[in-house]
Ligand binder design. Structure first.
Ligand code: HMG
Ligand code: MG
Length: 292
């Protein structure tokens, strides 16, 4: 059998990046960033979140952004939803995929969603029902898969438990995205994590969402590829962070991920030159050159 050399990249900069800016980025700038990323040919761009504007004021304009972006065929425009109100707003905005999000750490879940892990799963029930009724695919994030800013190290077994709750909620019809929220993992930790999660989910269907605080994300990617992972999240210009994960820096930069993958003969279908143009817009928006 010929091994597939295709890797699927979800660009999460507009959501994971811009949720974390201290100032409010105008919707027009967000739309310009998403449209620039659209030209690169990503299979999926995570555009924004339909969360409480009290909690994340940076994304209060989610509906306006979704209404303003150009939708390119072949690209799924996904959004985060924490609850029923979120999914109602997401459906009204014609989202292409619904991502729910919880954690392997109780303390992080409490800070991020004001809920226990179990309560967060209960809140997702109407979200799952609505997404299904609209025939939209689902993603389920599990945050803090290696370490939590409040509880320290998290075991692979804790992650496995949350993954199983998401699978039970959806009869297994959900893409599992493992969030290394703090960006501190080393390749051995990633391998141990994947060994546990692949008990319940085929490895080629797991998505890895890496932040890059300690600069080891690419070595984690290399190990994850050896383990059989074929889907990664990344963020142009290395934008990213989580308002409820102090100390965490940006996501793995898309430019760096593409350079690494293409140099190692992995195909992505993503045009790196177009990503560099989008990264220039991201740098203009943030006023930083994050050097992705
Ligand atoms: P709560 O305060 O317990 O909920 O927050 P509530 O139901 O009492 O709502 C509070 C107010 O928000 C109310 O408004 C609601 O109507 C409103 P008020 O009556 O006070 O005017 N509200 C909403 N408005 C719009 N859309 C909604 C919505 N829901 C409530 N969907 C809640 C609970 C879940 C809402 C809150 O905790 C929340 O929004 N959390 C989101 C936090 C977040 O977005 N974190 C970042 C994303 S996760 C992440 O970055 C990690 C990831 O990248 C992976 C990784 O790296 O690990 C994915
Ligand atoms: Mg993240």
């Amino acid at each position: 059998m010929i091994e597939s050399r295709l890797v699927r990249i979800t660009e999460v900069g507009p959501r994971d990046g811009l949720q974390n800016e201290s100032g409010i980025v105008p919707a027009t700038e967000k739309i310009a960033l998403v449209d620039a990323l659209g030209k690169a040919g990503f299979p999926e761009i995570e555009v924004t979140s339909f969360v409480s504007p009290r909690w994340v004021p940076q994304l209060a304009d989610a509906a306006e952004v979704m209404a303003g972006i150009e939708r390119r065929p072949g690209t799924v425009y996904s959004v985060l939803c924490p609850n029923e109100k979120g999914v109602e707003r997401a459906l009204a905005a014609d989202a292409g995929k619904i991502s729910i999000f919880t954690a392997a750490s109780e303390s992080f879940c409490q800070r991020n969603l004001n809920a226990t892990i179990e309560e967060s799963i209960e809140r997702f029930r109407p979200v799952v029902d609505a997404a299904r009724a609209a025939s939209l695919p689902l993603r389920g994030y599990v945050s803090c898969v290696v370490e939590c800013p409040y509880e320290g190290l998290i075991t692979p077994e804790q992650v496995g438990e949350t993954v199983r709750r998401l699978l039970a909620l959806t009869d297994g019809d959900i893409e599992i995205a493992l969030g290394e929220t703090l960006g501190v993992a080393d390749p051995d930790q990633i391998e141990q994590l994947l060994e546990e999660v692949e008990i319940d989910v085929p490895i080629s269907e797991i998505d890895l969402h890496l932040h890059d605080t300690r600069g080891r994300a690419l070595s984690c990617v290399a190990r994850a590829l050896e383990c059989g992972i074929r889907a990664f999240d990344s963020s142009c210009a290395g934008l990213g962070g989580c308002p409820y994960a102090p100390g965490a820096s940006g996501n793995l930069a898309t430019e760096a991920l593409l350079e690494f993958l293409h140099a190692n003969e992995w195909a992505t279908g993503v045009d790196r030159a177009a990503v560099l143009e989008a990264a220039a817009i991201a740098n203009r928006i943030t006023g930083r050159d994050s050097g992705g």
